[in-house]
Unconditional design. Structure first.
Length: 114
């Protein structure tokens, strides 16, 4: 009975259409959404103060990185953060529950990015 092994292997196509290898696709999926700086919070004055301090720290470090402001509480909870504002650098929560000064944010960004 030749029933087994006849199903054709399904190939995932790359989003860019260039036929990337499975290894490259897995690497891209692993880094997707983790690179960058995010401020997690409801949009209150403390959240905006943290965003401004982070922006000033990035300018001082000569890093051209945009800051995403995440206000959706389900996304905030996905990071394991229960107190806002929080700062996420390259997918890692580096601070939560307090407003950082420019120098504190700068030190944390340097620590994560090396």
């Amino acid at each position: 009975m030749g029933l087994f092994g006849k199903k054709k292997e399904e190939q995932k196509s790359c989003c860019c259409g260039s036929g990337c290898t499975p290894e490259k696709m897995a690497q891209a999926e692993a880094t997707k959404g983790t690179v960058g700086v995010k401020v997690l919070g409801s949009g209150c004055a403390k959240c905006h103060a943290l965003e401004e301090a982070t922006h000033a720290a990035l300018e001082e470090l000569n890093m051209d990185t945009t800051i995403d402001h995440v206000t959706d509480f389900s996304q905030i909870a996905a990071y394991g953060v229960m107190t806002t504002p929080a700062l996420v650098v390259d997918g890692k929560v580096v601070s939560y529950g307090k407003v950082l000064k420019k120098d504190e944010a700068k030190a944390l960004i340097q620590k994560v990015r090396g």
